[in-house]
Design a binder for this molecule. Sequence first.
Ligand code: HEC
Length: 152
Amino acid sequence: MKNLFPIISNLSFIGLMLWLGILLFTQFGLPKNHAQLNDKNISLGTENSVKLSPIVRKGKLLFKSNCASCHATNMRTKLTGPALRNVRSKWKDYPEEDLYAWIRNSSLLIEKEHPRAVAIYLEYNKTPMTSFPNLTEEEITSILAYTEFPPK
Ligand code: HEC
């Protein structure tokens, strides 16, 4: 019995350490991981963490299927066409219909020598933009809402 004692006490020491380890991990390890996850969500800070309103969601879908081949989805990089972030503000000196008319048929507006239309056309070396005569007013409004998301 006396010879067994050191073995038993060693075993219980190991057990105690294991138990302490588990306790420390669950008490301090997990919450830290959760905090890191939350930080990551916050730093993504855009579409992924902010709930899209129905109109913006619709605009996003329309944008992806009709416009994203030439206009960057991040709205900030120039591709074949210009970055569209807050494009409405670039047309603010003209009636709102003009921007809608541009999206439906840009060449018509260029023919009429609309100043913004001609300027952006020349800036992009006369690259023709696809016409979208079938987009409804509501659809264009939702695409424009998406170009203004998230609001800053
Ligand atoms: C085939 C490529 C292409 C597609 C597809 C396209 N665009 Fe464009 N877009 C352009 C180009 C190029 C320009 C620059 C003007 C020019 O050269 O005609 C432009 C310019 C614009 C402008 C004017 C930007 C400014 O700064 O005034 C708007 C607004 C616009 N596009 C919206 C759209 C929307 C909305 C869609 C989808 C419904 C779309 N475009 C699809 C190529 C495209």
